[in-house]
Design a protein around this ligand. Structure first.
Ligand code: AMP
Ligand code: MG
Length: 420
């Protein structure tokens, strides 16, 4: 059990990341790709757009026909055809003629500009085929036209391996004829709460008991991280019981997360179980809340033992487990966006470890403000529910951070890929 004590959060994350790899590739429909990582380069089967078309409802002609047009020298043209979206007109457009065209309709071969309907005066008729219309301004070649292949050429790579597909990307893929694509399988994550005091949330706890809230928060975090969690039965504080449950879970799931019993108390067993059944790689991290963070490999499966205190378990999951689960899905960004924010009130640092206080970011004219939650007890989920960041009090001596000091904040509600 000779693992280094109080390693840095960076080392802890690196260690865990080094022990996981992206899972197998599976093929899914594009709607199942939202937020997931492409495991293959994807190409378009056609030019996007497939043909030059009108970007506005209006009239198509050659820009040269409108040379010199002005309010007092209008150029009048006969409307010789009408092209709605889905149709086309490939005939000639002679001098003195134009074609009425709708957004999305192919630009006639003989035209090189579209003038939007709103700035054209109808001289005779209703503006449709057979009418006569007047232009009071010149047009430029290419006006209100989207060119063929503007976004992609047939055969061109449109989404690369490793890219996260967002909802707009799903539309892009659909337009390019890609309806199924390869991605990394979602990890199946076992969630085991340990503690002889725990009862299921459906029960009213009797004396000395509390409800198992961690398993549900951690399952929610696991879903949020893109994985498929299973909440397994509560394990009592008992070496053999916990050992049996962890070994069974390691055989069946891709990643095992436990909470509770991660320190050195008389009834803390996860470290001993990992050490006994596999390889213990980590036991404490220099952060607060949540110093006791166990990590190891049991029968080839990563097992992470989070502390029991809700905020400590949450922080450990967010900072160390989540990056690992993301790597297993092919993501390459593991750090949430950070911002600097002016402290509202003061923050006392009593411990040399790096402290992550639950806090709320807001903004005023001068930038971000951060307000720490009043109650920083590691036993509470409520302040995290109301928070949107952790405000970081760096490693080092005890001190008080004063009102207005610039603090580093980890944003919890923004994906890792976003650059701020
Ligand atoms: P432990 O890490 O097992 O020493 O637990 C630390 C604190 O967290 C204790 O007050 C436990 O009762 C509490 N705790 C442990 N597991 C859970 C859980 N699954 N849900 C809510 N609180 C828990
Ligand atoms: Mg316990």
């Amino acid at each position: 059990m000779a693992v280094p004590e109080l390693i840095s959060l960076e080392d802890a994350r690196e260690l865990v990341l080094a022990h996981v790899e992206a899972l197998e590739v599976e093929e899914v429909g594009i709607l199942d790709m939202i937020g997931r990582v492409a495991a293959d380069d994807l190409t378009s089967d056609i030019d996007i757009s497939p043909f030059a078309h009108a970007a506005m409802d209006g009239f198509a002609m050659r820009a040269a026909q409108l040379e010199g047009a002005a309010p007092d020298v209008p150029v009048e043209l006969d409307v010789i055809a009408e092209v709605p979206a889905g149709a086309w007109y490939d005939g000639a457009i002679e001098e003195g003629q134009c074609v009425r065209i709708m957004t999305g309709a192919p630009l006639p071969k003989a035209a090189d500009a579209v003038v939007k309907y709103e700035v054209v005066d109808v001289v005779a008729g209703d503006g449709r085929e057979g009418s006569r219309v007047a232009f009071t301004k010149p047009a430029g070649v290419g006006d209100n036209i989207r060119s063929a292949g503007e976004e992609a050429k047939a055969g061109e790579i449109i989404v690369r391996t490793g890219e996260v597909v967002h909802s707009a990307g799903v539309g892009f893929l659909a337009g390019c004829g890609v309806t199924r694509c390869k991605t990394y399988r979602r990890p199946r994550v076992a969630i085991i709460a340990t503690g002889s005091e725990l009862v299921d949330p459906t029960e009213v706890p009797t004396k000395g008991k509390i409800r198992n809230s961690n398993s549900y928060a951690l399952a929610a975090c696991a879903i949020d991280a893109g994985t498929v969690p299973t909440v397994l039965p509560i394990a009592a504080d008992d070496f053999d019981g916990l050992r049996a449950e962890v070994v069974a879970a390691a055989a069946k799931y891709d990643f095992v997360v436990t909470s509770g019993g991660a320190a050195n108390g008389d009834f803390d067993f996860i470290k001993k179980v990992v050490d006994y059944e596999g390889e213990l790689l980590m036991s404490t991290v220099n952060m607060r809340p949540g110093k006791a963070q166990t990590f190891g490999i049991v029968n080839g499966t990563p097992v992470f033992g989070l502390p029991g205190n809700p905020a400590a378990a949450y922080l450990g999951f967010e900072m160390i487990v989540r990056p690992a689960l993301r790597k297993m899905q092919g993501y390459s960004h593991f750090e949430r966006p950070h911002v600097k924010a002016r402290l509202v009130g003061t923050a006392k640092k009593k411990d040399p470890r790096r402290i992550f206080n639950r806090a709320t970011l807001s903004k005023d004219d001068e930038g971000y403000l951060v307000t720490p939650a009043n109650n920083q007890s590691s036993g509470l989920f409520g302040p995290i529910q109301k928070a949107n960041c952790f405000v970081v009090l760096p490693e080092g001596e005890a001190r008080t951070y004063e009102e207005g000091e610039l603090m580093d904040c980890v944003m919890l509600d923004i994906p890792e890929e976003v650059l701020l």
